[in-house]
Every structure is written in C-alpha cells, then in structure tokens.
Design a protein around this ligand. Structure first.
Ligand SMILES: Cc1cc2nc3c(=O)[nH]c(=O)nc-3n(C[C@H](O)[C@H](O)[C@H](O)COP(=O)(O)O)c2cc1C
Length: 187
C-alpha cells in the first residue's frame, strides 16, 4: 500500500526559523506507512479573489492547490506574530480554500504545534489557526495540545538543529497521537 502523505506547513520564512527546525525533526519521526514532507508557502502571492474570478490564477496557486489536494493529512508548525497567525500561513490557508466550492483542505485530519522564544508558546497563534482550519473543515486534533515555549533554550542540542531528548520525547508523543487521530478518521 502507498504511504499516507502528511504535509507540514511552516509559518515562518526566515532561514534560521525554529519552526522549520521543528518541522525537520518531525519529518524524521514519520512511522512506517507514512511520509512527512514540508509544503512550501513562501512563493504564494497574497490572495486576490480577482485571480480566481477573472481566470488569471498564478501558477504557484495551481501547483500549491494540487499539492494540498494530494495530501492525506496536514500538520501546521507555527510561531506567533503579534498574538496571532503569521500572515504567510494565513495566506496559504486562504489560497487553498478557494475558489469557492473547491476548498482542498476539506476533511483532512490536522494538528498544530505552535512555538515561541517566549514563555507562552504561541498560544494565540495556535488558537487563531484552529479557528480558520476548523472553518475550512480540517479535522483538527484537540488533544494533546503542543505549545513549545522558550525554544531558544533547551529545545535543540547545543550546536545542532536536532531536538534535545526531552523535546524529542514530547513531540514524538504528539506525533504518535496525531497518527492515532488520523487512523480513527481515515482507513
Ligand atoms: C512580527 C513579529 C511578531 C511577533 N510576535 C510575537 C508574539 O505575539 N508572541 C510571541 O511569543 N513571539 C512573537 N514574536 C517572536 C517570535 O516568536 C520569534 O521571532 C520566533 O523565533 C519566530 O519563529 P521562527 O523562529 O520560526 O522564525 C514575534 C516576531 C515577529 C517577527
């Protein structure tokens, strides 16, 4: 049987992004029968409904919508910007939710991990993201929640982008729970 494909969406474009480092660690946690891969979002122009209404859809939208449609599940790894979702990630959600009636997020099992260099772990971003994803009918795992706080201190091994043992164990439990959630929904 073909591997189930789970797309990872990273809510930060910067080179040294902690969110991307977290995603790269998660890729290595894919259990047998699953494949995790990052789906890039930085190439997408800001959503403008005129593109869809006037038959002027950017190629990057077409490719992204096709990529999302081909996924079996989705995991979002995001920082928090001003207590909410970074615009680049919200834009990606909007792009793949349109044109009206062709929402390719529909009915995919989903989960979110937020992170922050601060103490609150991106709580605001995590819950604002759930609001939009619930509306586009991503089937969001409610528990366990994952708010990675103080990611600058103790999340990654010294001089490396690999998780420390403690973070690895925490995130792996989260990933296992997601796989369980996925299997309850998709046979
Ligand atoms: C525009 C902007 C707004 C931010 N707002 C918040 C915030 O509301 N809460 C928070 O915990 N961190 C905030 N931060 C700090 C981010 O958590 C930090 O820059 C984080 O490392 C970004 O994620 P990344 O490493 O994946 O790029 C903000 C950063 C930027 C650039």
């Amino acid at each position: 049987m073909e591997n189930k494909k789970i797309g990872l969406f990273v809510g930060s474009l910067r080179k040294e992004s902690n969110s991307r480092k977290i995603a790269n660690n998660i890729i290595r946690m894919a259990p047998e029968g699953f494949e995790f891969k990052i789906v890039e979002i930085g190439q997408l122009p800001f959503y403008n409904q005129d593109f869809d209404d006037h038959n002027n859809v950017p190629e990057s939208y077409t490719l992204f919508r096709k990529d999302v449609a081909a996924l079996d599940g989705v995991i979002f790894i995001t920082p928090e910007y001003n207590r909410s979702v970074p615009a680049v990630l919200k834009n990606a959600i909007d792009v793949a939710s349109r044109p009206y009636g062709k929402n390719v997020w529909d009915a995919k099992p989903g989960a979110v991990i937020s992170n922050s260099i601060g103490a609150i772990g991106g709580f605001g971003a995590n819950h604002h993201l759930r609001q939009s994803l619930t509306f586009v009918n991503v089937l969001m795992m409610q528990q366990p929640e994952a708010y990675l706080s103080n990611v600058g201190k103790g999340c990654f091994e010294e001089g490396s982008d690999n998780f420390t043992e403690r973070t690895y164990d925490f995130v792996q439990r989260f990933v296992q729970a997601y796989i369980g959630w996925f299997q309850r929904l998709i046979k």
